[in-house]
Design a protein around this ligand. Structure first.
Ligand SMILES: *[C@@H]1O[C@H](CO)[C@@H](O)[C@H](O)[C@H]1NC(C)=O
Ligand SMILES: *[C@@H]1O[C@H](CO)[C@@H](O)[C@H](O)[C@H]1NC(C)=O
Length: 299
């Protein structure tokens, strides 16, 4: 289960709306929910705790949003702005800030708060944001190469399952170059990830990031890829069947016409022979009549 699914499942328990705009708050109470890791404060989801006196501050409307559809805003609400490129919106929504360099603090699972490395195209993967990663609340580049010492960060998300049991999902992340390397958790050195079907123990070991029943497998949502030869075979088969149907129908039609024309020809022959017979009959009858007249006239 992904952290996002767990988060969605735990949403009903999180709607403990804090103080609305103008309410009292203390920034000391800003924290992440221990189970879901969602940011919580004394203020509601639409406001953040602002003020110079940390223990006696006021909830004010959020200055920015991180998501296209932010949590806790009704559909009709006027949303705070998204941040421009090169800036980010912190969890509390207190306003856009510039990206931070490696070694500076960042918030959990907010890789996009870190400025990208100069060679970000080479390091970028689905495991980081433009080659930067936020591990143990610090920005760093995901640039550790094979055999380098690496840093891992485990985050455990908790939720209650449908039958009331607790579900824990631990996500392990590291600063090795991905997806070809991962951080071996015992030696803390970057190692090659394993291809599909290799024996594995944990998800990060696999290039596919999914280890099921001791083997590296494709993640559950992987789209089915049809090999080119199967596509070609299917297309060829369809074309062959279509052409064969056309040829078969044409031949059948031709045969039908041939049969019909034979039938007609036979009919005409029959008619002609009938006509000839009748004419012959007439002639024979006329001959006989003529003969009789000659015979009678001779008397
Ligand atoms: C908090 O600040 C307000 C004004 O900003 C002040 O009136 C109030 O007395 C303060 N409360 C405490 C407990 O310091
Ligand atoms: C990786 O990035 C760090 C900064 O996070 C930098 O100090 C280090 O030199 C880089 N290492 C390599 C191999 O590029």
């Amino acid at each position: 289960m992904t952290p996002w699914t767990l988060f969605c499942l735990s949403v009903p328990t999180l709607i403990l709306a804090g103080a609305a705009s103008g309410g009292h708050c203390s920034s000391n109470n800003n924290h992440l929910d221990p189970a879901s890791k969602k940011f919580v404060s004394d203020c509601s989801d639409q406001t953040f705790c602002s003020g110079t006196d940390i223990t006696n501050s006021t909830c004010v409307p959020r200055q920015c949003r991180r998501d296209e559809f932010p949590f806790g805003f009704p559909p009709s609400a006027v949303l705070p702005l998204l941040c421009l490129a090169g800036t980010f919106c912190p969890d509390e929504g207190s306003g856009c800030r510039p990206l931070v360099p490696p070694g500076s603090p960042c918030e959990l699972n907010r890789d996009e708060q870190c400025s990208p490395p100069p060679s970000w195209q080479d390091l970028a993967s689905t495991q980081n944001f433009n080659g930067s990663i936020c591990l143990r609340s610090l920005c760093m580049y995901a640039n550790a190469t094979l055999g380098d010492r690496c840093i891992t960060d485990n985050t455990t998300y908790l939720d209650i399952g449908p039958t009331g049991e607790q579900i824990a999902n631990t996500v392990t992340r590291d600063n090795c170059q991905s997806p070809q390397l991962y951080c071996n958790p015992t030696e803390l050195l970057c190692e090659h990830t394993l291809p599909l079907d290799s024996p594995c123990e944990t998800d990060p070991q696999c290039t596919s990031l999914t280890c099921a029943a001791g083997r590296c497998v494709n993640p559950p949502a992987t789209p089915l890829r049809i090999p080119a030869w199967q596509c070609a075979l299917t297309v060829t088969a369809i074309v062959v069947v279509m052409v064969a149907s056309c040829v078969f129908l044409t031949l059948m039609h031709k045969q039908h016409r041939l049969d019909r024309s034979r039938e007609l020809r036979d009919y005409y022959y029959q008619q002609i022979s009938l006509r000839r017979s009748i004419i012959a009959l007439h002639l024979a009858a006329a001959d006989r009549y003529g003969d009789e007249k000659v015979v009678l006239g001779s008397y």
